[in-house]
Design a protein around this ligand. Structure first.
Ligand SMILES: [Zn+2]
Ligand SMILES: [Zn+2]
Length: 146
């Protein structure tokens, strides 16, 4: 049976289906991914473009990438839900036949693991937890005064 991954944005206006296993699942700590996500990294699953079908209204933003790495300059395009802004996928002119879906928008990423970390050099010190950080199963009762 062919693997199938479905996903959607926060508001549900954008949905997607990806068929087959991803080429790779990568976590990226580059500055662009940090600003895009609002956190310390993105995690993306790369698929062949033919394997992915996306429905719904997207907006796109493109930028130049690669000037600061070992690969040559390329244009990266990020696609977001036009309504809620969830990042859905990215593509890179260096690998034109591929799209990278954000793992956090996937309904069930069962069987997928991060296989590689890139731009580890730029990983922020706050993007990892110390052993003494309290972990609650849900939002706890808490106010700034408590
Ligand atoms: Zn949305
Ligand atoms: Zn990145």
């Amino acid at each position: 049976m062919t693997a199938k991954y479905t996903g959607k944005c926060l508001c549900g206006g954008v949905t997607y289906v990806a068929e087959g296993r991803p080429v790779i699942v990568a976590q990226c700590h580059c500055e662009e991914c940090r600003r895009l996500s609002g956190t310390g990294h993105t995690i993306g699953a790369m698929f062949g473009s033919d394997a992915v079908a996306v429905c719904g209204a997207l907006r796109e933003f493109s930028y130049s990438s690669g000037k600061d790495s070992t690969v040559k300059d390329s244009t990266v395009t990020k696609a977001f839900c036009a309504t809620c802004g969830s990042p859905i996928f990215g593509k890179n002119t260096r690998l034109p036949e591929h799209v990278t879906l954000t793992l956090g928008t996937m309904d069930d990423a069962k069987g997928l693991e991060v296989e590689v970390v890139i731009f580890g050099r730029d990983k922020p010190h706050w993007d990892q937890l110390g052993e003494d950080v309290a972990c609650f199963a849900t939002q706890p009762e808490w106010t700034p005064e408590s």
